[in-house]
Design a protein around this ligand. Sequence first.
Ligand code: HEM
Length: 403
Amino acid sequence: MSFSTHCIQCDEYFESRLPMDASIPLMKIKDPDRIQAILHSTRAVRPQLMSKIAGESMVWIDGPDWLVRRRIAQGSFQPRNEPFHVEIVDQVVSGLLERLETAAEEGEVIGLTEEFLRMTTRFLYRFAFDIDLPADHDKAPIVSAYFDAVSQLGFSILDVEKPLDLSVHQLVRTSLKAMDREIDLIMDSDPDPGSLLGRMIEACDAGELTDRQVKDEVRGLFIAGTETTSLTLAWFIILLDENRSWRDRIEAELAVSREVTPLLDAGLHETMRLFPAVPFMTRIVEGVADLGFGPLEENTEFMISVYHTHRNPEHWDDPHAFDPGRFLGEPDRHRYAWMPFGGGRHTCIGNRVARMEARDTLRAIMGRYRFHRVEDTTVGARLGITLKPTIPINVTVERIQPA
Ligand code: HEM
């Protein structure tokens, strides 16, 4: 497979991005010390742009409203709920294995990113909405199109040079409407009061949230909790296909144990370093503030590049190379040199479940199946609100061990 380890669009975007409006100074950041100061400051908050496009969910907002949502949601992510999380991961991974088995038997071509998205969407429905989807459900295209629509809208507003093409306007509208319909269906279901949606509906009944805010939270969960994990899985497979000696080592590790997998875990960390699912985060300073790294102009906006920080040569040797060995042993690096799940008060609330889902999926499929790309075209990374492969990754599935 030909493969570009560099996200050219990320470089271009980082270099060329303009402030949201000319009166707002913009600082582009890839230095862990500064990132730590920004993410831990109560004066640096999320800008409002994305909540205007994609709804006022906990993923996009800040301040007291954000805190209410985070407190309501927190209970569903607690480590004490781990047995429930494990049960759902087992369920969705078994579904994926069945689908891979069928594809292997029938020589079927499958879309790798689509297949992983189908699985993570199924996980989200069961985990957050208490809805059991079948393993072959067809919701993934709705989620994927919604992601693309939100990305296109966000970037068209930021990139004044390239405003949204009118021809894609209709597609964006259709995708947003399809997601609205899906959210209505979810809201009409009757979730367990202990589920994430159940907690929100209870908060709504208690007057803490409005009906619209609950819908926005559902919308936000689609953004936060589906493609992030599925793309991480896809990048892992792509990177190992490019780095076969690491693939062989990880497969050998799994032949010994599928429970203790330091090499596979290190490979996952390295995948999230090179292709962080959330490549950029933004914050804006309210008024005049000193965050400890020199005077700032009023209302400065920060564009924090997770992608460039993860490849900052001051913190990583040979930063563009895939080398899971960096993550073996005790970490000897700045806390914010590697931060795929962000940090500070907005640290990914799904961090623990996402890692479990990704790790357990890979433990189940690696060493049992191999994926062979159908087309021999160069794969690169395409920038949106997540980092996606530039082209569809169509693969055949080879079973390398008895099922
Ligand atoms: C590999 C998978 C994932 C990655 C890389 C990831 C990454 C991130 C990052 C970087 C942030 C911080 C954004 C910021 O500071 O502005 C975040 C926030 C968030 N994530 Fe994740 N995420 C993943 C999976 C998940 C999952 C599975 C869920 C839910 C089921 C989830 C729910 C959230 C929520 C609700 C927030 C907002 C938290 C807040 O602002 O308080 N994420 N995620």
